[in-house]
Ligand binder design. Structure first.
Ligand code: GRF
Length: 211
């Protein structure tokens, strides 16, 4: 296994569902010796979230916590540097956003600003995209601010929408790209390559591929 850098940043991942994005982050941290980040804490608001099981299998501390202030306490207790929302279906309260300015990254399964904001989560995003007949969709990583899905965009990846796709298939195709851009965004953050300028993110030049 690759040796870890001693300067890895500490990441907490918040999940509500299957946690495939969580797994992609864990795999990147194990396979990329320059990743620069380590998942030290997983929190879910749902006891049955498979993301908690994934954390258990990887020997990562994990908790089911429903109360927002308890979540904040746990993030502080673990001295978390970066919070990642990976399919977390709960509104993040201002108290957490204030504590982690431009230090919370969310993944959204569309090209923001399309099909995002209140009510657009899970399969609903893809149903709306199919219904509208878009030729491309995709995924977006962004920093979290106080407006839903409106924070500074970090990375986006376009996915062609084949006429044969239904919402389930589109979700699967987009998930494959989520699993690349979310770890990539975390790596960029961990290496200090992301500079927030107003509502835009400048990515400092780097010597690895940005999707
Ligand atoms: C992903 O599509 C993510 O973009 C959305 O919820 C889904 C979570 O999938 N916010 P998983 O739990 O990471 O498998």
């Amino acid at each position: 296994m690759a040796m870890k850098l001693s300067s890895n940043i500490k990441v907490a991942v918040l999940v509500s569902g299957s946690g495939s994005n969580l797994q992609a982050i864990i795999d990147a941290s194990k396979n990329d010796r320059d990743f620069g980040a380590e998942v030290v804490l997983v929190i879910s608001n749902r006891e049955k979230a498979y993301g908690l099981k994934r954390a258990e299998l990887e020997n990562i501390d994990h908790f089911c916590i429903k109360d927002n202030e308890e979540v904040l306490k746990k993030l502080k207790e673990y001295e978390i540097d970066l919070v990642v929302l990976a399919g977390y279906l709960k509104i993040i309260p201002e108290s957490i956003i204030d504590e982690f300015p431009n230090r919370i990254i969310n993944i959204h399964p569309s090209l923001i600003p399309s099909f995002c904001g209140m009510g657009y989560y899970g399969l609903k995003v893809h149903e709306a995209a199919i219904e509208r007949g878009v030729k491309v969709s995709g995924c977006t990583t962004h920093f979290v601010n106080k407006m839903a899905d409106a924070g500074p965009i970090i990375l986006q990846k376009v996915v062609d929408v084949d006429f044969s796709y239904d919402a389930d298939r589109l979700q699967q195709e987009i998930l494959k790209e989520e699993h690349k851009i979310l770890p990539e965004s975390i790596k960029l953050f961990a290496h200090g390559k992301l500079e927030v300028v107003g509502n835009r993110v400048k990515i400092r030049s780097n010597n690895w591929c940005v999707h």
